[in-house]
Design a protein around this ligand. Structure first.
Ligand code: UT7
Length: 315
């Protein structure tokens, strides 16, 4: 099999900034509580008429432009999302059409907050196996449309946005730039994060998820490193799902990865589920915090409960 690599990223956030003080006007909370317990200072919330497909198209278009490929160079589009407005049509075919990508394979994938890493893993496998040349992978979420704005335990956490990556073949003779994905699930904990019913809202048992995330996931990250032939000391950037700053700082500590290498996009983006990893990557790239050619560790986790990790070589 040939190798695969991440060619480029792109991110998109809606215009509307919602601060902790804004939320304190609608639920019984404080800026201090949210900062100290979750690490969020502000988040972006989509306009009422802004859809998951709109945000996915914006992020996908940026990644495509940054890749230098024409739309015709893409033959598979995967959108990771758990918050589409409707189950049909899928988001991916609309995104492809809007970006002028003619007749690609197109499907949505739901592994909740782990979705981007699942999509990246399947995109990499498709390129390596020869069933696609270049793949547009998007994580896009409008979590706000599935939120109960009177529930202070969830409405302060989740947010909206999209991030994307273009995956293509590794150069001739070059090693693969996307390591094997290490993925799994804990269906016995499925009830810990749910949306119940068609008109339901996200609910979660925060403490149970917190305990799971801070104890079960660092071995997954370590295995992803081992399978890519690196150690945590080699990792120049650690980009976990931006669930809660306390959770991801705890995982980084367990891995021995220094704080300055940890993505902390949650501070101004909130928890955007499957969008959080590519959004954080895009932000770190903009800030000059990524070193091209070095290994970065991605770790997605959330409802399911599902998780996935892989090491990529930064473009
Ligand atoms: O992305 C998907 C994966 N999800 C996660 O990774 C989420 C994991 N869990 C968490 O991030 C945290 O558990 C939360 C941020 C959800 C909650 O933080 P916590 O430190 O675990 O708080 P808690 O649920 O133990 O609640 C502590 C107290 C409670 O009050 P009492 O019973 O001690 O009087 C809550 O009612 O804090 C209260 N509380 C709040 N107070 C002010 C809960 N939410 C708020 C709030 N503002 N927004």
């Amino acid at each position: 099999m040939s190798g695969s690599r991440v060619v480029a990223f792109g991110g998109y956030q809606p215009d509307k900034v919602v601060t902790n003080d804004d939320l304190a006007k609608i639920v019984d909370t404080t800026d201090e509580w949210i900062r100290s317990r979750v690490g969020i200072e502000s988040r972006r919330i989509a306009a009422d008429d802004e859809t998951v497909a709109d945000m996915a198209t914006a992020a996908g278009g940026k990644a495509l432009a940054a890749s230098g490929l024409p739309p015709s160079g893409i033959d598979l589009v995967i959108v990771a999302t758990c918050s589409p407005e409707v189950p049909l049509p899928n988001v991916a075919a609309t995104v492809a059409h809007r970006l002028g990508i003619a007749a690609p394979g197109a499907y949505d994938l739901n592994a909740a907050c782990a979705g981007f890493c699942y999509a990246l893993g399947t995109a990499s496998d498709a390129v390596r196996a020869g069933s696609a040349r270049n793949v547009l992978v998007v994580g896009a979420e409008k979590m706000s449309s599935w939120m109960d704005w009177t529930d202070r335990s969830t409405c302060i956490i989740f947010a909206d946005g999209a991030g994307a990556a273009v995956v293509g073949p590794a150069g001739d003779g070059e090693p693969s730039g996307i390591g094997p994905v290490v993925w799994g699930s804990a269906g016995d904990l499925a009830e810990k994060i749910t949306v119940t019913g068609r008109n339901g809202a996200i609910t979660q048992e925060g403490q149970a998820v917190f305990r799971w995330a801070t104890t079960a996931l660092h071995p997954v990250a370590l295995e992803a490193c081992a399978r890519a032939g690196v150690t945590p000391a080699d990792i120049s950037a650690f980009i976990p799902h931006q669930a809660n700053l306390r959770i991801i700082e705890a995982i980084a500590r367990r891995l021995g990865i220094p704080r300055e290498r940890l993505a902390d996009d949650i501070v101004h983006a909130g928890n955007t589920s499957s969008a959080s990893i590519p959004l954080a990557l895009s932000r770190m790239a903009e800030q000059g915090r990524l070193q091209p050619g070095t290994p970065a560790l991605l770790l997605g986790f959330g409802a399911g409960l599902s998780y996935a990790a892989q090491v990529i070589t930064l473009p």
